[in-house]
Design a protein around this ligand. Structure first.
Ligand SMILES: Nc1nc2c(ncn2[C@@H]2O[C@H](COP(=O)(O)OP(=O)(O)OP(=O)(O)O)[C@@H](O)[C@H]2O)c(=O)[nH]1
Ligand SMILES: [Mg+2]
Ligand SMILES: [Zn+2]
Length: 329
């Protein structure tokens, strides 16, 4: 068999695998027996699926479906064992947030979301670099960003509020919704509820930011439900290891995700594509002498001038350059 033929066959096989994931590949008999469901969480080789009545089923996954993640819409069938099932098809995803993992294998964070709540904690600190990385992902995929500043109960003085405002100035100027909250004293939670209503959102941010704490604060009877979930999945209660989908009492779904040390967005196609996700820099860059200016040391660089006179926040500039270097653009 020649090289060419083999490649062609592989592509055909590839397509067959793709097709097998979807409902269209099911036999009429399978389809008649199947129920709709949403993946609540993936715990290794199995998933917890919620049916349309809100019941949870611990499900195996049919071969070739690929990995599933919280938020995935699936078709599943009963096995005869109460509380168990088999996922037999994956509905096409409307969106997917993922991050690069080991050996180029993407790690999925959440599916079918439309909003990303970036949780930045005052302790250990609000880091613009982390925020900017998620903002690039939002820009690339059309997710609405929501900047959630958690642990405001730790703020002790007016000066600390001012320092925070200073850090957030660039985001305010970008017209991002910014919500200062505290999972501990409950401040800002009403506004957060309001912002999450009618959306499927995912909370992201570093480990210890308080993502799970915020979800617990938003959902009063969650402790009981987390107990049931731990029982069903055998997972513990603390550091989040897998994304989990929750329903908010006021409406909207919220996905908790494991903390990530350093999130990276998808590699932008080119320098301009990265720049387009930094609107503040992009706008000023129109004034650079060179069209392909990297804003590092070029003569006539309008961005460097704007950073020097404080018109562009240095943190934003730094985030941009860090990503540019990381992606070799
Ligand atoms: N002071 C204060 N502490 C908080 C607040 N929210 C969470 N914490 C604490 O921060 C720590 C981490 O909270 P978690 O909710 O587990 O953080 P997480 O973002 O879910 O972390 P991972 O699951 O590891 O990604 C816990 O000790 C919480 O008690 C807050 O608003 N104020
Ligand atoms: Mg957590
Ligand atoms: Zn420039």
């Amino acid at each position: 068999m020649g090289k060419h033929t083999r490649r062609k066959l592989n592509r055909q096989q590839q397509r067959r695998v793709e097709k097998r994931r979807n409902a269209e590949a099911l036999t009429p008999e399978e389809r008649a027996r199947a129920h709709n469901g949403v993946v609540i969480t993936n715990f290794g080789k199995r998933v917890l699926v919620e049916d349309e009545q809100g019941e949870h089923h611990n499900c195996a996954i049919r071969q070739n479906l690929g990995k599933l993640v919280a938020g995935d819409r699936v078709l599943w069938t009963e096995t005869g064992v109460p509380g168990e099932g088999v996922v037999i098809a994956l509905e096409p995803r409307e969106s997917l947030l993922a991050r690069p993992g080991f050996r180029g294998q993407d790690r999925m964070i959440a599916a079918n979301i439309d909003r990303i709540g970036i949780v930045a904690p005052l302790d250990p600190g609000v880091h613009p670099d982390m925020i900017d990385r998620y903002l690039v992902a939002c820009c690339q995929q059309g997710f609405e960003p929501l900047l959630i500043i958690n642990k405001t109960d730790l703020i002790e003085s007016e000066e600390e509020w001012e320092a925070l405002a200073e850090t957030l100035l660039a985001y305010d100027e970008l017209d991002l919704p910014i919500l200062p909250v505290s999972a501990v004293d409950g401040s800002g939670l009403d506004k957060l509820r309001e912002a999450l209503k009618e959306h499927t959102s995912v909370l992201v941010g570093p480990s210890g930011a308080g993502k799970s704490s915020l979800i617990k604060a938003l959902i009063p009877d969650l402790d009981i439900r987390i107990g049931a979930l731990s029982e069903a999945t055998g997972l513990g209660r603390h550091t989040t290891t897998n994304s989990v989908l929750y329903h908010l009492p006021e409406g909207g779904d919220l996905i908790d995700s494991p903390g990530v040390r350093l999130f990276s967005p998808e590699k932008p196609e080119n320098l301009k594509a990265l720049e387009a996700c930094f609107p503040d820099i992009h706008q000023v860059a129109q004034g650079c002498r060179f069209n392909d200016c990297t804003h590092t040391d070029e003569p006539g660089c309008a961005v460097l001038a704007a950073v020097a006179d404080g018109e562009i926040a240095f943190t934003r500039y730094h985030s941009f350059q860090r990503l540019r270097e990381e992606f070799d653009l």
